[in-house]
Design a protein around this ligand. Structure first.
Ligand code: ACO
Length: 381
């Protein structure tokens, strides 16, 4: 007799815990971190100021923010062995493999990790800081250049661009990246965060949880979509080809990267904010930027007409991110590591919150295989 168990494939619609970190309203297209709307934070705040409430629960006072910024900047420098890992693996494998490997090697340089005094908040600050340095250094070696030591006087996004390019970035580029990092900082129990929590719930360490999250973010259905969306724009080549290209892809039942979301059945509010940066990009003298911007806007219009209201498939955070990253001259191969860089405070915040009231995450599966078989020796099979 078939069991009457209801299976929620992909855990769709399943609540597994309570949280006070982030609210996603997929029907109205609203997102807030610790009660503050994403629009408000993106307009008025900085990545550091947003990371603080994600980790500590409330907006920082001036002194608290200064201490937090100093803690982050003090931890930016990479051990020489981590730089070596990056140097030796660049151009040999996917940049997310490099990021994951480098992050999993970080505990070798954390004296407190296995001691009882290991402080999850300090580990979090170390991770948020070091993941940014690792990603920038991967980009640096992709350019065939050497490691640039961090500059303690710069903000998080500004220092990222400095370590990537080796020159002080413009205020404008730093602010664009800062905004992008705010928009990526947190998003409730998405696949990578959940993955981090599964690992953390076994009482493993935070670096292991982070490594799980990075492995999960790597997939094209999650973090890698920004890179693939831009690759599609390059393949389209000209805005006039957009309709043909997308129709062909849809006829072949292919997914258009950067569209659709498990929770948002309307326009992703983060995509809307990123889209607003495109107005300025349309006026760019750079042919690549002008072209991909026009293609992105043509694809957005067409997809909304075809699949928006009718199927609930709208642009997500990954769709316009690629053109914006290219606008500030970030190489496509580090888009997904950059997503991990932005998402670091969200992963840490959830790990810390979940462990306050931990319960091992261990769902069930319905066994549908055979039973009562008798073992046969290999010679008689
Ligand atoms: N292009 C074309 N069709 C799509 C797309 C898309 N991007 N997304 C969903 N669909 C279609 C599916 O083919 C499916 O159609 P069917 O019912 O005829 O088979 C229907 O919409 C429902 O899709 P599901 O996969 O069941 O929806 P789910 O909630 O599992 O998918 C997901 C969400 C994985 C994000 C999906 O929309 C997708 O693959 N998008 C492209 C990848 C992407 O952009 N990922 C980034 C998401 S945001 C983030 O992780 C940061």
């Amino acid at each position: 007799m078939k069991s009457v168990v209801k299976i929620e494939k992909g855990l769709e619609g399943v609540y597994f815990t309570e949280s006070k970190i982030c609210k996603v309203d997929g029907t109205l297209g609203r997102l807030c971190y610790r009660g503050y709307s994403i629009e408000d934070l993106a307009e008025n705040s900085t990545f550091e100021e947003v990371s603080y409430p994600l980790l500590f629960g409330v907006l920082p006072k001036k002194g608290e923010l200064n201490t937090f910024k100093k803690d982050l900047s003090d931890k930016r420098a990479l051990p020489k062995e981590i730089i070596k890992i990056i140097e030796e693996s660049v151009n040999k494998c996917d940049t997310m493999h490099i990021l994951r490997t480098a992050v999993s090697a970080l505990p070798l340089y954390d004296k407190n990790l296995d001691s009882k005094t290991s402080d999850k908040l300090q580990d979090s600050i170390n991770l948020i800081s070091k993941v940014a340095s690792i990603t920038a250094t991967i980009g640096r070696y992709l350019y065939g250049k050497k490691y640039v030591a961090p500059n303690k006087n710069l903000g998080h996004a500004e220092n990222f661009l400095y370590m990537l390019n080796g020159v002080l970035p413009s205020k404008k580029d730093s602010r664009i990246l800062d905004k992008m990092m705010i928009l990526h900082a947190e998003h409730s129990s998405n696949a990578s965060t959940f993955s981090a929590l599964v690992t953390a719930s076994t009482l493993s360490d935070i670096y292991s949880a982070f490594t799980s999250a990075i492995g999960t973010l790597k997939g094209p259905l999650h973090g890698e979509a920004d890179e693939n969306a831009l690759r599609m724009m390059y393949a389209i080549k000209d805005a006039n080809n957009t309709e043909n290209y997308i129709n062909n892809a849809l006829n072949k039942k292919e997914r258009i990267m950067g569209f659709g979301h498990r929770i948002y059945k309307t326009y992703d509010p983060r995509a809307r904010i990123i889209r607003s940066l495109l107005t300025e990009m349309q006026k760019s003298n750079n042919t690549e930027i002008k072209n991909i911007t026009e293609i992105a806007l043509a694809a957005e219009k067409m997809m909304i007409e075809k699949l928006g209201k009718s199927h609930g498939i709208w642009p997500n955070v990954d769709f316009f991110a690629g053109p914006v990253y290219r606008y500030i001259n970030i190489p496509i191969d580090i888009f997904t590591p950059l997503f991990a860089t932005g998402r670091s405070p969200g992963w840490c915040a959830h790990i810390i919150e979940y462990l306050e009231n931990n319960r091992l995450i261990r769902p069930l599966e319905l066994y549908e295989g055979k039973t009562n078989l008798h073992y046969k020796k290999i010679s008689s099979r």
